[in-house]
Design a binder for this molecule. Structure first.
Ligand code: C2O
Ligand code: CU
Ligand code: CU
Length: 479
């Protein structure tokens, strides 16, 4: 049910700190800062375990996952009931290689419908976790992932019809990492020096349980978790590390990351794969669902140094301290980032056979979030791209009155950003993407090729409060 209350709650003030009137901003912060206080840097950073296949034969790996409830220690000394893949939050990481075939049998032992979506995956429609393809409680479903895409950091998460925000908030999120030979040749930090950082906002009741839905005036959790713990620390050596950053927030948990040592991140990848060249930057802004693959080099830090990962986006009362890296010993190895990474084919606008327009807007009178004046209807097909063609999509955010940012995510296809209000994208957005932030009043033009599969897939705003409240639509790729 989309009520006025939850539309306002999940959307109308969402996100854009700079655009909110001061009194609203203060109100949002005051209402939001209500989870129990958490001690800083008191818990070690957990690293989600890598799931082992049940069997492998030839180029196929078969996995089994059970979605179930479990108790987790998230806030120190408290217990949180979570819904997790294998009963953990975040769920286990699947690591695979380009060209391998992955089959995952997902068993649903939760009391609600689920649908497992591989975000960023180039997969057949029947394995995409379409809201029409639920896994009912007590049942299971096989998902087939052909991994016809280059090295990249993907994630899998719930996509049940109108429940994706709740189901992911309670825990159904995990990483899916694809490697390939082009990446191997770069000799980037690997093994224990290749660490995922899943950043997620949550709010908690005093007893440690997740607080959902949030109160009026709250649009994201006020506690920022990394791999399921608040403000953790990680002991590091004096050397370069690769961090795979995922903003896995369910609601409006934007982040804008930096390091308090003043050092830069070297970004090497974005949502859909490696960048053509590394890009040094002091800040990494990530909208919900965006990823950035970065190298952080601690080799110039003395043993004993402490480097805090900061988040400048604290609109919802989040602590600016996200986690801390403690440099504890000299390096046993090193590594430098090559000047060129992988060739990135540029999709040319001249190759496009069609341009489509998408207008994202809150319909305040109808109390829903819309794309081109409509809310999601899984039985309606909104656009029919042809297999093998390239299209330009112009995505416009009309929500200037409330200053609501949106993010635009396409299933099935990766895209490239052509321009934002006519200006070319910066280096962080110069590679393959599957989710792009569209700020109030902006038009972002993206270009994509419909390559491998026909069938029905969704596209939507990835602020899940918005998608749940209607801001989702459907394409059918046809021959
Ligand atoms: Cu993360 Cu419909 O996607
Ligand atoms: Cu997706
Ligand atoms: Cu939105």
């Amino acid at each position: 049910m989309v009520t006025r209350r939850n539309v306002l709650q999940l959307g109308a003030l969402a996100g854009a700190a700079v655009l909110l009137p001061a009194e609203r901003l203060t109100g949002a912060v005051a209402a939001a800062a209500s989870s129990p206080a958490v001690p800083a840097f008191a818990v070690p950073l957990p690293i989600p375990p890598v799931l082992r296949p049940r069997w492998s034969a030839g180029d196929t790996d078969y996995y089994e996952i059970t979605m179930r409830e479990a108790d987790a220690e998230i806030l120190p000394g408290k217990t949180t009931r979570i819904w997790g893949y294998q009963g953990i939050f975040p769920g286990p990481t699947i690591r695979t290689r380009t060209g391998r075939h992955v089959i995952v049998r997902q068993r649903n032992q939760l009391g609600v419908d689920t649908a497992v979506h591989l975000h960023g995956g180039n997969v057949p429609a029947g394995s995409d976790g379409h809201p029409n393809d639920p896994v009912r409680p007590g049942r299971s479903r096989f998902y087939f992932y052909p991994n016809r895409q280059p090295a990249t950091t993907l994630w899998y998460h719930d996509h049940a019809h109108h429940q994706e925000h709740r189901n992911t908030y309670f825990g159904l999120t995990a990483l899916y990492v694809v490697g390939d030979e082009a990446e191997d040749r770069l000799r980037l930090p690997s093994g224990v020096y290749d660490i995922p950082l899943v950043i997620q906002d949550r709010s908690f009741n005093d007893d440690g349980s997740f607080r959902f839905p949030l109160n009026e005036g709250e649009f994201a959790g006020d506690i920022t978790l990394v791999n399921g713990r608040p403000k953790p620390f990680l002991q590091v050596e004096q050397r370069a590390y690769r961090f795979r950053l995922l903003n896995g927030s369910s609601l409006d948990g934007f982040v804008d990351l930096s390091l308090d040592s003043g050092q830069q991140f070297v970004q090497i990848g974005s949502d859909g794969g490696m960048l053509a060249a590394p890009h040094a930057t002091s800040t990494v802004p990530l909208a919900p669902a965006e990823r950035a693959d970065v190298i952080v080099d601690f080799s110039r830090q003395p043993v004993g140094a402490q480097v805090v990962l900061k988040n400048a986006f604290t609109l919802f009362g989040n602590d600016p301290d996200v986690m801390r890296f403690d440099v504890v010993r000299p390096a046993t190895g090193g590594g430098r980032v090559p000047a060129a990474l992988v060739p990135v084919e540029r999709l040319s606008p001249t190759a496009s056979s069609r341009t489509r327009q998408f207008k994202l807007a809150l319909n305040l009178a109808a109390e829903r979030f819309e794309i081109n004046g409509k809310v999601f209807d899984p039985s309606r097909v909104d656009v029919r791209p042809r297999l093998g063609t390239t299209e330009i999509w112009e995505v416009t955010n009309l929500d200037t009155a409330f200053g609501i940012p949106h993010t635009f995510h396409t299933h099935l296809v990766r895209f490239q950003v052509l321009d934002r209000n006519g200006r070319p994208p910066g280096p962080a957005e110069s590679g393959w993407k599957d989710t792009v932030q569209v700020n109030p009043g902006e038009t972002v033009r993206i270009i994509m090729r419909f390559g491998d599969f026909t069938g029905r897939y969704t596209y939507h705003c990835h602020l899940m409060g918005h998608s749940t409240a209607g801001m989702m639509a459907q394409m059918e790729v046809v021959r």
